[in-house]
Design a protein around this ligand. Structure first.
Ligand SMILES: C[S@@+](CC[C@H](N)C(=O)[O-])C[C@H]1O[C@@H](n2cnc3c(N)ncnc32)[C@H](O)[C@@H]1O
Length: 281
């Protein structure tokens, strides 16, 4: 039974430090209420007496790792949609893909590798998969594309693997894509297997050194609307991993309202109509 519905400041600060250390996600003082709301459900579910007992369990129990998954599910914000920020998707389709398939050193293996980092419920990587499929079928017939997609929230990944979406998240999908790559099921739409099999989903913590160093080289990394939850120190760390993961001539694409100003100077900023991308030269 939960007897204390509010979190005292000391518990808030301990939990905040713990979450920051484990995920890079930082809750400012103003976001205390948000943290409280997000964790309360879980406390009720597990039958902890109050926030303090929950914090103690996370910090000192040897079984905390399993609970960490639920904590990550609770605290992450998984807002996303298909074809989010169209100018970025257009830049990928009209500029980046054509440039990559023309690179001299890619002509032997003819493979493009992509990472969707912080992929949430799958809309971003599936959007990229559809766009790549159209590109390959029409302009680069003997090429293949491999997309990896990772997220901290295993609940979001489970939804991504299921691949069933409502019309709200599909609102910006061009009608011809909807007809071609989805099957209507009641009020929802299921993504077809030909797109599903282009994406490999896996749990990924962008701040975990071991996990990040295991990722193989990529031509393009999308990490949009994820680093907004990090402070500059964590952003720098994550962007350094991205730099190492990218192949030379590869691109990093972050959210349209985000910037790497004061975070890195390692990339060349390339401008496309209505969008920009960070190129590893
Ligand atoms: C707002 S969504 C963005 C989804 C998609 N990239 C987009 O732009 O539509 C942010 C995602 O980042 C994930 N995330 C937050 N911190 C993370 C971390 N340390 N490692 C991996 N994913 C993380 C969250 O779980 C969430 O699904």
């Amino acid at each position: 039974m939960v007897t204390t519905l509010t979190m005292d400041d000391k518990t808030f600060k301990s939990l905040r430090d713990f979450i920051y250390e484990k995920s890079g996600i930082y809750f400012s003082d103003q976001k205390k209420y948000l943290m409280e709301t997000k964790i309360l459900e879980r406390i009720k579910e597990r039958g902890f007496r109050d926030f303090n007992e929950y914090a103690y369990f996370l910090m000192y129990s040897k079984d905390y790792k399993e609970e960490l998954k639920y904590l990550f599910n609770a605290i992450t914000i998984n807002e996303t949609s298909f074809f989010r920020n169209k100018p970025q998707i257009d830049a990928f389709k009209n500029n980046i893909l054509p440039e990559l398939v023309n690179l001299p050193d890619k002509q032997t293996f003819k493979t493009i590798t992509i990472l969707s980092a912080g992929c949430s419920t799958g809309e971003e990587p599936y959007t990229l998969a559809m766009v790549c499929k159209e590109f390959i079928d029409t302009k680069a017939k003997d090429w293949r594309v491999m997309i990896e997609a990772g997220d901290l929230s295993e609940a979001a990944l489970a939804q991504a693997r299921e691949g069933i979406y409502n019309s709200y998240t599909l609102r910006n999908v061009p009608p011809q894509y909807l007809d071609k790559y989805f099957v209507k099921e009641g009020d929802n739409y299921r993504i077809k297997d030909e797109i599903k099999k282009m994406v490999r989903f896996y749990p990924l913590n962008l701040t975990d050194d071991t996990q990040m160093r295991r990722i193989t080289k990529k031509d393009v990394i999308f990490c949009r609307n994820v680093m907004i939850y990090f402070d500059d120190a964590v952003k720098k760390k994550v962007v350094n991993y991205f730099y190492d993961i990218l192949k030379v001539s590869g691109y990093l694409i972050i959210g349209h309202s985000e910037s790497l100003h004061n975070i890195t100077r390692a990339f060349k900023i390339v401008h496309f109509p209505g969008a920009l991308a960070y190129k590893k030269e």
